[in-house]
Design a protein around this ligand. Structure first.
Ligand SMILES: Cc1cc2nc3c(=O)[nH]c(=O)nc-3n(C[C@H](O)[C@H](O)[C@H](O)COP(=O)(O)OP(=O)(O)OC[C@H]3O[C@@H](n4cnc5c(N)ncnc54)[C@H](O)[C@@H]3O)c2cc1C
Length: 293
C-alpha cells in the first residue's frame, strides 16, 4: 500500500525509495518479511539517471515477474552506439562506444534467460513502485524523511518526518537498510567511507531538442571504440563538454532551439560506496513477518 499512516514497529525499515530500496522491499516481501520504505521525495525520480539494467538485475526482475512490464517500455538500442564523443554536435566523431554484452536469450550460447535492458529510472521506478504496491508485506511512504537514527544492540529507532505537514512518527525496526543513495546520510552517520575516483567535475544536462539535423547520420554510424567506462570517463568528465551541446557553440553555431529541463551536478563526494552495514552485531534474518505492530 502506498499510504501514510502512523506505525511504531516494523521488522525492516528501508531508507530511500530509489531502485535499491523499492526492490529490497519487494524481495523481502517475497521472503515473508514486512518492510516499510520511507522516501523523502513526493514521488519517484523525475530524472532519467540510470539507463541500463544489466543481465543480473534483469534476472532478478524476471524472478519477480517484472521482466515483461520493463520490456514493454524499454528503449530499442539496436544499431545505436552507446556513446559518441564530439566537440560539437556537427563536428567529427572523436570516439564511439558501442553497447557490449547485452545478451540474446535466443542464442544457445548465451547463459541467461534474459538480457540487458535499457529503460531510464524515471520510467523504471514507477514499475517498481507498482510492484511494492502489489506486495502485501511492503509499504511505501512518499514525502517522508528518515532522521534521528539511534541504533542499539536489539535494533534501530528512527524519526520519520512527513515533509508535507511536518508530522513525525517514531519507528522501531529490527533492521534498517540504507538505500538512501550515493550521498547516504546513514552511511555518513556510521562513518563508512567511499572509494573510487572523484566525479565532482561532472554535470548532467537534461534537454529536449530535435537532434536529427545536428547529428545527421552520426546517430547510428558508430565506429568501433574502446568501449567500457574508459572511453566514457575520459570523454565526458567536464561539465563544459556536455553543456556546450545545448549552446550555439556546441552545435557548431546554430544552437538546437531546444529546452534545458534540468542541470544537475554530480555530487561532490560521489564515489562508489563501500558496502554499508549497521553498526550492530549481525544476527540471522527473521523470515516470518511480525504482525504485532
Ligand atoms: C545525474 C545522474 C546520472 C546518472 N546516470 C547513470 C547512468 O547512466 N547509468 C547508471 O547505471 N547509473 C546512473 N546514475 C546512478 C544511478 O542513478 C544510481 O546508481 C541509482 O539511482 C542507485 O539507486 P539507489 O536506489 O541506490 O539510489 P537513488 O536512486 O539515489 O535513491 C535513493 C533515494 O533515497 C532517498 N533518500 C535519501 N536520503 C533519505 C532520507 N534521509 N530519508 C528518506 N529518503 C531519503 C532519495 O530521495 C532517493 O530517492 C546516475 C545518477 C545521477 C545523479
Amino acid at each position: 500500500m502506498t499510504t501514510n499512516s502512523h506505525r511504531e514497529r516494523v521488522p525492516v525499515l528501508i531508507v530511500g525509495g530509489g531502485p535499491v530500496g523499492l526492490i529490497a522491499a519487494v524481495l523481502l516481501a517475497r521472503h515473508g518479511v514486512r518492510s516499510l520504505v520511507a522516501e523523502r521525495h513526493g514521488g519517484t525520480s523525475i530524472l532519467p539517471r540510470a539507463f541500463g539494467s544489466n543481465v543480473r538485475t534483469m534476472e532478478i526482475f524476471r524472478v519477480l515477474g517484472l521482466e515483461e512490464a520493463i520490456q514493454a517500455v524499454e528503449v530499442d538500442v539496436r544499431g545505436l552506439p552507446l556513446l559518441l564523443a564530439m566537440r560539437t554536435l556537427n563536428g567529427p566523431v572523436l570516439e564511439s562506444v558501442p553497447f557490449q554484452n547485452t545478451g540474446d536469450p535466443d542464442d544457445p550460447a548465451w547463459p541467461s534467460p534474459t538480457r540487458t535492458i535499457f529503460c531510464a529510472q524515471d520510467v523504471l521506478d514507477p514499475i517498481l513502485v507498482e510492484a511494492v504496491d502489489r506486495a502485501e508485506l511492503a509499504e511505501l511512504w512518499f514525502g517522508t524523511e528518515v532522521g534521528g537514527l539511534r541504533p542499539d544492540p536489539a535494533g534501530v529507532t528512527a524519526e520519520l518526518t512527513d515533509r508535507r505537514d511536518g508530522t513525525r512518527a517514531v519507528v522501531r525496526a529490527d533492521y534498517l537498510i540504507a538505500a538512501d543513495g550515493a550521498s547516504s546520510s546513514v552511511r555518513e552517520a556510521l562513518g563508512i567511507g567511499m572509494t573510487g575516483h572523484d566525479i565532482s567535475a561532472e554535470m548532467n544536462v537534461l534537454f529536449e531538442a530535435d537532434l536529427s539535423r545536428a547529428l545527421g547520420a552520426k546517430r547510428d554510424s558508430g565506429r568501433p571504440g574502446r568501449g567500457g567506462n574508459g572511453g566514457h570517463g575520459r570523454s565526458f568528465r567536464k561539465a563544459e563538454a556536455i553543456v556546450m551541446e545545448v549552446t550555439p557553440s556546441g552545435c557548431g553555431g546554430g544552437g538546437l532551439g531546444g529546452k534545458v529541463r534540468n542541470t544537475q551536478p554530480r555530487q561532490s563526494k560521489k564515489r562508489t560506496a563501500v558496502a554499508a552495514r549497521l553498526a550492530r552485531p549481525a544476527r540471522p534474518p527473521r523470515l516470518r513477518a511480525r504482525r504485532d505492530r
